[in-house]
Design a protein around this ligand. Structure first.
Ligand code: MN
Ligand code: MN
Length: 310
């Protein structure tokens, strides 16, 4: 991993910037693709679509093709906060609250409870809760990873702190940290073997994330979510293949899609983002993601270590 203070060539920094863009856009693509089959079983998906490979909207939320959901919207709240005030859990919580008050199309129960706690009590973390092991904190960690590039300790603190705004559970924390680390490694061009090693290290400490043999569960329980994402990321060979395999598992498909999209986006880079998918997203969303990802990299320890910013 690139260490803090090491200076990177302009070409290497441009590569990181491209991968950061692919991280956030990849996540939005996974959300838009997977939302169509959220809460479906694999056999229901097969019966209706064969294999779902296109962004077609619909689903239980009756989305327009390319429309994104809470996974992307909450990530954007964090990305906008990081780009404007650097690091402030209160500012992030404030943006969650404003988003929540705007009647979002979907919001998870644990997120809803955490945001209500912030609105009523002003606290940016709740106490440990056995029921907080959902994937709602993990699904939005990508911007924090981009803003902490080249500093693994900072990532660990902030990944958990953003998560605790709504989720306080060791498995949620561990998922946030692992996803963040994989994004760091992908964005700095590390090998698949290194990423696999990182995943294995986490499984030693959190054996419930073990995904082999894969059980095929893709629920919103963060353990099922992570098993699904890790299994499909490590058993496919391209961004598109990874996302297609992930969302066709059904269950919490927009969220597994969003997390797989962030990790695979960082690892495979922007050249692998399918044009026919990107065209479905709102151009304003794509443009904002491009701008935000650039800001986050520039403000990260990696970006700040550059003698001259372009
Ligand atoms: Mn969603
Ligand atoms: Mn979901």
């Amino acid at each position: 991993m690139l260490s803090t203070g090491a200076s990177t060539s302009p070409a290497a920094l441009a590569d990181v910037r491209g991968r950061a863009y692919a991280t956030l856009l990849g996540s939005a693509l996974g959300d838009a693709l997977g939302a169509t089959v959220e809460f479906c079983t694999p056999s229901e998906i097969r019966a209706q679509y064969g294999v779902l490979r296109k962004i077609v909207g619909g689903g239980w939320l009756k989305l327009k093709p390319g429309e994104v959901t809470d996974d992307t919207q909450m990530s954007l709240c964090i990305a906008r906060s990081l780009a404007s005030v650097d690091w402030s859990p209160t500012d992030i919580a404030e943006r969650f609250a404003a988003w929540f008050k705007g009647w979002p199309i979907d919001v998870g129960n644990t997120c809803r409870r955490g945001i209500a706690r912030y609105i009523n009590h002003g606290t940016v973390a709740g106490p440990f809760n056995e029921g907080d092991a959902g994937n709602g904190a993990a699904m939005r960690v990508a911007p924090v990873a981009l803003a902490t590039l080249a500093d693994g300790c900072l990532l660990e603190c902030r990944a958990v702190e953003q998560g605790r705004i709504t989720h306080n559970h060791p498995l949620s924390d561990a998922a946030c940290v692992l996803i963040g680390r994989l994004i760091h490694m992908g964005c700095t061009g590390q090998s698949l073997e290194r990423l696999r090693g990182e995943i294995e290290d986490t499984i030693v400490r959190f054996p419930s994330f073990r995904f082999s043999p894969y059980r095929g569960l893709a629920t919103a329980y963060v353990v099922d979510t992570m098993q699904t994402v890790l299994h499909h990321f490590l058993s496919t060979h391209s961004f598109e293949e990874c996302l297609v395999a992930t969302v066709n598992q059904g269950g919490d498909a927009d969220t597994t899609g969003a997390i797989a999209g962030a990790i695979a986006g960082a690892f495979y880079g922007p050249a692998q983002l399918p044009e026919h998918w990107v065209r479905k997203l709102a151009p304003t969303l794509v443009k904002e993601i491009q701008e935000l990802s650039g800001h986050l990299v520039a403000r990260s320890p990696l970006g700040l270590s550059q003698p001259v910013m372009m």
